[in-house]
Each structure stands twice: as C-alpha cells, then as structure tokens.
Ligand binder design. Sequence first.
Ligand code: AMP
Length: 221
Amino acid sequence: MKNRIVLLGPPASGKGTQAALLAATFGIPAASTGAMLRHEKSLGTALGVEAERWTAHGGLVPDELALTIVWQWLDGRTRFVFDGFPRTLGQAKAFDAGLKERGLGLDVVYLLELSNEAVRERMCTRLTCPGCGAVFNESFHAMTEGSPCPNCGVALGRRLDDTWESLDRRLSEYRSETLPVADHYESLGLLRRIDASPSRDALFHSLYEDLSENPLVEVTP
Ligand code: AMP
C-alpha cells in the first residue's frame, strides 16, 4: 500500500475532494496547504497575516512559509496525502530532502489533469464550507450559496480567491511553477497522470485502482 501521496493539479481539479476520499478510505491523514493557510488567516496568526499578503490576489506564498506549515503538520507522521503541495520546484526539492532526512520517501504523485475551460466552469460553481472545509459544486449537488453544509450545518459560501481576476493568475502560476514539479517527479518515476474531467466517483475509482493495483518501483529521491 502506498502511504505517502501527493496530489497535483490546477485549481478546482478535485484535489481536496480526492484527498478527503483517500483519507476516509485508507485512513491516511490528508493535508491541504491552502486549507492550512486559510485556517491561519481565520485565526489571525502572524503566519496567517503574512500569508494574506501573498494569497489575496491569487499569488503563491513564499516557499519557506509553505514549508513551515508542512513540517509543523508532518511532525511525527509517516503517512500523508498532500493536496496542493509541493507547488514549486523549490518546495519539491526541499520536501524531498526533508523526507529523506526523516528516512521517508514519496510513494506516488498524481497529476490531476483538467482543461482551462473546465477549471473556469468548476470554479464558478464551487461551494465550500467554512466550518469543515468540505467542497461541493452547484452543478452536481442540489445546493447553493447559503445552503447548510450536509456534514456540519454551517452555511456554504464561495472562496474569496475564486474570482475571475485571481483565476488567471492562479492558472498561469500553476503552469509556470507547478507543472515543473510534475516533470521533476516524472523524472524520478513517481508521477501518474489522471484525467480529472470525469465525475468525482469515477476519478476516485481511477486513483483507487492505481493505488491498489500498480505497484511502483521504489525510488529514493
Ligand atoms: P488551494 O486551496 O490549494 O487552492 O490554495 C489556496 C491559495 O493558498 C493558493 O492560491 C496560494 O495562494 C496558497 N497556497 C496553497 N498552497 C500553497 C503552496 N504549497 N505554496 C504556495 N502557496 C500556496
């Protein structure tokens, strides 16, 4: 069983949803650097205030900041699903080195591939729960802004960075900063490309099948 998993993909490709499904199915702790940053911002911590300076208009936070929250969360854990991290080559190389120091290595990196058009469409209909972080979509679920979250009852809303203005920046940053991360893991033999356009359940089925049936050659970064 693969226990150390990274999910890469453009905004709204379903990384958070799939990470939650993997966590629920295999009991692997899931973490999203985006969600951790939003949490720090909501608490008004120094880290959250610093993060706000960068994320307000769709920019990435500096690598050191992302790595700080990752190592804080990872402390003592040996299993994880990361969603939205590493997002830059600098983060990936520091992450690989830090894992190696801890005697760990990544088992697999999934790249969820989705066209720009599909990203735009999904983002406009995305609803998130400020209470538990669950993600829904108006097109697939009978709910809209203000509907109660089926998990915790808090009113669903839209992410502040889900705007047309920030989307262009996030997509271009994804292409210039995050796709090289996918190339990096491809060169290490760890990358699996997955079509993220099918439904949530079909996408999870692909991940599930791959996790259970295609053992990878172990590569120590
Ligand atoms: P996400 O929820 O993954 O879409 O992340 C929301 C926002 O948080 C991103 O648009 C970035 O501004 C920031 N962010 C999340 N993860 C990272 C990361 N690994 N490195 C830099 N910035 C990040």
